[in-house]
Design a protein around this ligand. Sequence first.
Ligand SMILES: C[S@@+](CC[C@H](N)C(=O)[O-])C[C@H]1O[C@@H](n2cnc3c(N)ncnc32)[C@H](O)[C@@H]1O
Length: 239
Amino acid sequence: MNRKKAVVPSWQYDERAKTGVDYEDTAIAAEYDNQHSRFRDFEKDARMVIQRIDLQPEHTVIDLGCGTGAFVIPAARSCRKVFAVDISPAMLDKCKEKARKAGLGNIETHCAGFLSYKHKGDPVDAIVSVVALHHLPDFWKAVALKRMYNMLKPGGKLYLFDVIFAFPVESYQSELDNWVNGMGEKAGQSMAEETVIHIRDEYSTFDWIIDGMIERVGFKIEQKLSELPYCLTYVNVRL
Ligand SMILES: C[S@@+](CC[C@H](N)C(=O)[O-])C[C@H]1O[C@@H](n2cnc3c(N)ncnc32)[C@H](O)[C@@H]1O
């Protein structure tokens, strides 16, 4: 059999480059659910996503940057198949362990990233990505969005939630201080420190930049919701 190995160009962004929080660290992966459950309700958030993308029992969905499976596990109970994709083996191991314990057999895991995951099956009904896209610098975010567009059926939905800045640039100091302090109050000192790392070393950007990228790759923004000035939800449809 003539199996050609995919050649990765030398200019390709290295998705496993260590910038910001190191999710390949098994200690971070082990503590992730504990840490995050101090300021998130995984089940409630997942129900909201399921409702916003109108996930049906016959649907297939990809979760890109799925982490320990915050969305994957509830989604697998609600639809035909979930493709759980993450660049970190440690995070994916936690997700697999939870799927096993829940007795869910309709989850396919892939250790891959926004820029490397090759979807082999039919185009999917929906893609979900929660607090993950900010790991890519802006140019590569647009490439990732185009790749997601190509994995969806026409009419398919992309649900994107991320740390995206919806405040005017001149108020960045007070907004970022408020975010760090608020996180410290809600989730403790270690999450406040992670927030500092996020701001300093990861690639969150402004909403008007993300709006442009989403539309330029061919999506229609159906909903754009902002509960906080540094978190945004987009529900986009593939035209
Ligand atoms: C903050 S966690 C979010 C995990 C999960 N979506 C959730 O809601 O809890 C960010 C995740 O993105 C993953 N990640 C980072 N860069 C990635 C990339 N280029 N492609 C796919 N996943 C990536 C990390 O390994 C980590 O699991």
